[in-house]
Design a protein around this ligand. Structure first.
Ligand code: SF4
Length: 240
C-alpha cells in the first residue's frame, strides 16, 4: 500500500521527529561517561570507542589538520576515515588530504555529491550544505553505530558546550575526543608529532571550510567568524 506524505511529514526535517535516546548499551550511562572523560587524554577516549564499537566506528575529518587522524590511527590504524569532498574545498585542504593519505596509509572513504547536487551559487548555502555535506555524511554513516569528530570547545562560542560523548539526530553515538583537550596540550602534541596543518592557518585563517564560504575571521574572539561570514549561518548541519 502506498503511504501518502502529510504536509507535516514533508515540511518537518526528519531529525526533529526522532528521539535522541542512547542507541547502544555502551552509552547507557552517558552522563557518567562524560564525567569520566572530561579530563581524560583523547587516546583514552578513542581506545574506549574502538573497544566499544569495533568496526561499527568511523571518524570524520575535514582535513583542517590531522590531529584526530594522528591520535586515532595510533590506536587503530584500520579505523575508517571519512572525508566529505564537497567539490568546493581549497586546494590546500586537498593537499593535506593527500599528505595524510601517504603518511598514515589511511583506510580512507571519500564521499562525493551526486551530479545534480545543489550548488551554493544557484541554490544557496542551506541547500548546498544539505546535499554536499549532510547527505554525504548520512550515506557514510549508514550501518554504523558510532562516529568520531574533531569538534573542540575552543573552535568558537557555538561549540563551547560540546560534550565528549553524545547521541546524534540519527540515534548514533558521536564521540568528540578533542572537545575538552586543553589547547596547550593539543599544541604540544601537534609540535611533537609533526601533525599536518592546513597552510591556510599560516595565512590568517582560523577555521577552514569550503572556499566560497570561508574568509579570515571577522571577530578575533571567534575563530569561526569567517565561516559563512555574509550570512547568519554558523554551522553546516553535520553536527546536529
Ligand atoms: S560550506 Fe558553502 S560551498 Fe561548502 S557545502 Fe556548505 S554552502 Fe556549499
Amino acid at each position: 500500500m502506498t503511504t501518502q506524505n502529510t504536509t507535516l511529514e514533508r515540511t518537518v526535517p526528519v531529525f526533529l521527529r526522532r528521539p535522541r535516546t542512547p542507541s547502544h548499551p555502551a552509552v547507557a550511562d552517558i552522563d557518567g561517561l562524560n564525567e569520566r572523560f572530561e579530563a581524560a587524554h583523547p587516546e583514552t577516549i578513542i581506545r574506549w570507542a574502538v573497544d566499544a564499537f569495533g568496526d561499527s566506528l568511523c571518524l570524520t575529518t575535514s582535513f583542517q589538520d590531522t590531529l584526530l587522524v594522528d591520535l586515532a590511527t595510533g590506536v587503530d590504524p584500520e579505523v575508517e576515515v571519512v572525508f566529505l569532498d564537497t567539490g568546493f574545498h581549497f586546494a590546500e585542504t586537498l593537499r593535506v588530504a593527500r599528505r595524510a593519505q601517504a603518511r598514515y596509509r589511511l583506510n580512507l572513504r571519500v564521499e562525493r555529491p551526486d551530479a545534480d547536487a545543489a550548488d551554493v551559487w544557484a541554490d544557496g548555502q542551506a541547500a548546498c550544505c544539505g546535499s554536499r555535506k549532510v547527505e554525504l555524511l548520512d550515506r557514510a554513516l549508514a550501518g554504523r553505530a558510532a562516529w568520531m569528530s574533531g569538534l573542540r570547545r575552543d573552535d568558537g562560542p557555538q561549540r563551547a558546550r560540546t560534550p565528549i560523548v553524545e547521541v546524534d539526530r540519527r540515534g548514533l553515538v558521536k564521540i568528540n575526543p578533542l572537545a575538552a583537550w586543553p589547547a596547550a596540550e593539543a599544541d604540544r602534541h601537534v609540535a611533537e608529532h609533526d601533525v599536518i596543518r592546513n597552510p591556510l592557518f599560516a595565512d590568517g585563517f582560523t577555521s577552514v571550510g569550503c572556499w566560497p564560504c570561508t574568509e579570515r575571521p571577522l571577530d578575533e574572539t571567534d575563530p569561526r567568524s569567517g565561516r559563512w561570514a555574509d550570512s547568519a549561518k554558523t554551522e553546516c548541519g553535520l553536527h546536529l
